[in-house]
Design a protein around this ligand. Structure first.
Ligand code: HEM
Ligand SMILES: Cc1cc2nc3c(=O)[nH]c(=O)nc-3n(C[C@H](O)[C@H](O)[C@H](O)COP(=O)(O)O)c2cc1C
Length: 536
């Protein structure tokens, strides 16, 4: 078994000197028992470290001889590991983040966790390459990092490469659930935990989708369905389909092109993409890859710092392809996302004190620095005055709040519980939609604002059910994260094409030819209502 370790070590060596390794079967190299694993790890570590050091010396020898720029070793880096003396290496450069740590928009903890060490891998999975140049001043560069890369990084990287190369070709992907299966295979543990998590017992997460199973169609036959038209208009923007890509943070965790790949795939298929405030790429980089005429929306987390929000609004107003503002109102703080916390991110947000006692951190630091917990209905007028583009409130979870939104003068609402990630036992949005329609009708408010919905939508039939019940547009979050994680832009295109196919087939079989044909008379919601009354 030691041989396995040696062979593995050689793979790393060859990678360091000759570029990308050609790993055929990592599984065959993996140790079978605990003691095998120790040998394997030791041998692996020895080769990996020596190869990295050799490579480092080869690459940086001119720098070692020359004082300018300065070279920092792993050992020296590790001596700067406190809040007041905080050096971090990212992509071959060492930065002094002592002052920045407290100002880091993602909170101090993530930076402190990596103080005195190399944070390239986590940085690259969360942030765009250009972020350092825009967020840090050049004087914070201490020098070049001598010991770039370590064995853990390489091991995880190789495992990811292996599962990527073993994934099925796109031609074997038949529905959105297939994308999720592939994502579960190729994503790192913490990326999967971040994407898949719901809050608490994940009841809402499950019910979001289950609610669609409680609605049946009332199909009409002998209708001429030779021509099907799925196109519609959302917030005044024509689009090929009544669904859109909902905002999701950190798409780069799953694929290095993250939101850029989603933007390109959506543009190719004429589908609207909603861009998150906390996307891994800066807003202007994502809008820059939009095709001429492509429409995108901007999702806003209202920052506690009004100046920050004002500058985001200015960008939004000045970017022509951004056709709508979606203010997220369901995230006064992040939900208790336990699956996520069990992944690597728990250390980032839930620290311990010097004596090892846990520090209580109910209002998650990331949420509290990025979101204004004091946001109230009266503030909506402020946003109305800041833009002439349509405003939609994202995260409405009951009928009363839809009525308040109409009073507040917004153009739409998204019935959403953040994909089951915030308040567990928030109702499935489809149920809220079914409750809403009779109320709007009774009050003569039908069509007054656009009603969007998201959460648990995985099939063309789900989209049709929501439209029958009065939704204007339907959003999907995780399916696009999963499709981009496995296959990049091509995955996004395929996911959209699958939904388009499912929509067309189901419309034909339902006996409708265009989106405006869909009415409440096309669905039977009795089971949804029985469930509501507690009789199921
Ligand atoms: C030079 C280093 C860094 C800079 C300049 C930086 C900058 C930023 C900025 C500007 C944000 C706000 C959101 C955005 O615009 O993307 C942010 C958020 C965040 N950062 Fe960093 N960051 C750095 C290093 C790190 C590291 C090493 C970690 C490691 C864990 C990290 C984790 C996060 C997290 C978790 C967020 C919260 C936003 C989210 O939910 O995605 N950052 N950072
Ligand atoms: C990983 C992940 C990140 C998300 N990030 C955001 C975000 O930054 N802003 C936001 O308003 N909603 C965010 N959402 C919620 C989605 O926009 C959407 O409401 C939800 O994913 C819909 O549920 P679905 O994933 O079942 O389709 C996120 C959802 C996920 C799964």
């Amino acid at each position: 078994m030691l041989t396995s370790g040696l062979r593995y070590g050689k793979q790393i060596l060859s990678r360091s000197f000759r570029g990308k390794p050609q790993i055929r079967s990592l599984g065959a190299l993996r140790p079978k028992s605990g003691s095998d694993y120790r040998h394997y790890k030791n041998a692996f570590g020895l080769f990996a470290v020596s190869s990295v050091v050799l490579a480092g010396i080869t690459v940086f020898s001119p720098l070692v001889l020359n004082d300018n720029p300065r070279v920092v070793s792993k050992k020296e880096l590790s001596t700067h590991s406190t809040e007041d003396d905080c050096w971090i290496s990212i992509n071959g450069k060492v930065y002094d983040l002592s002052g920045f740590a407290r100002k880091h928009p993602g909170g101090t903890n993530p930076i402190l966790k990596y103080a005195g060490s190399d944070a390239s891998r986590i940085f690259n999975s969360l942030h765009a390459p250009g972020l350092i140049a825009t967020a840090l001043t050049p004087d914070l560069v201490v020098g070049e990092y001598l010991d770039s890369g370590d064995e853990t990084t390489d091991l995880e990287e190789l495992e990811k490469q292996e599962s990527m190369s073993n994934k099925p070709p796109l031609s074997r992907i038949f529905n959105l659930n297939d994308f999720e299966k592939v994502a579960r295979q190729v994503l790192s543990e913490y990326a999967l935990a971040y994407y898949a998590t719901g809050s608490d017992d994940e009841v809402t997460l499950g019910e979001n989708h289950n609610a669609y199973h409680r609605v049946f169609f009332k199909p009409r036959v002998l209708v001429n369905v030779a021509q099907i038209d799925t196109s519609t208009s959302l917030l005044g923007t024509p689009t090929s389909v009544p669904f859109y890509v909902s905002a999701a943070a950190r798409a780069k965790l799953g694929h290095e092109d993250g939101e850029l790949a989603i933007a390109k795939g959506a543009g190719r298929e004429d589908v609207i993409q909603m861009i998150s405030t906390v996307a891994s790429y800066p807003l202007d980089e994502i809008t820059a890859v939009a095709r001429p005429g492509q429409s995108q929306w901007f999702q806003l987390y209202v920052n506690a710092d009004p100046e920050h929000t004002r500058s985001l609004m200015e960008k939004f107003n000045n970017t022509a392809c951004l056709k709508g503002l979606f203010i997220t109102v369901d995230t006064a703080c992040l939900g208790n996302r336990e699956t996520d916390r069990r992944g690597h991110f728990e250390e980032l947000s839930f620290p311990v004190d010097d004596e090892g006692f846990p520090v209580r951190n109910v209002a998650n630091s990331v949420a509290s620095s990025l979101m204004d917990t004091g946001l109230v209905w009266d503030d909506i007028a402020r946003f109305r005055a800041m833009t002439s583009k349509p405003i939609v409130l994202k995260g409405i979870q009951c009928v009363d709040d839809v009525l308040k939104a109409i009073d507040a003068g917004v153009d739409g609402v998204v019935l959403s519980n953040h994909g089951g990630r915030n308040l567990d036992f928030s109702p499935p949005p489809l149920q809220v939609l079914a409750d809403l329609q009779p109320v709007l009708k009774e009050k003569g408010l039908e069509g007054k604002i656009e009603i969007f919905i998201d959460g648990g939508v995985r099939r063309g039939t789900d989209i049709l059910k929501a439209l029958c019940l009065g939704a204007t547009g339907v959003g999907l979050g995780r399916p696009f994260l999963y499709s981009v994680s496995g296959y990049g832009e091509a995955g996004v295109v395929k996911a959209i094409q699958i939904l388009k196919d499912e929509l067309e087939i189901s419309m034909r079989l339902l006996g409708v030819t265009k989106i405006s044909d869909l009415t409440p008379e096309h669905v039977d919601v009795r089971q949804l209502r029985v469930a509501e009354a507690g009789k199921l």
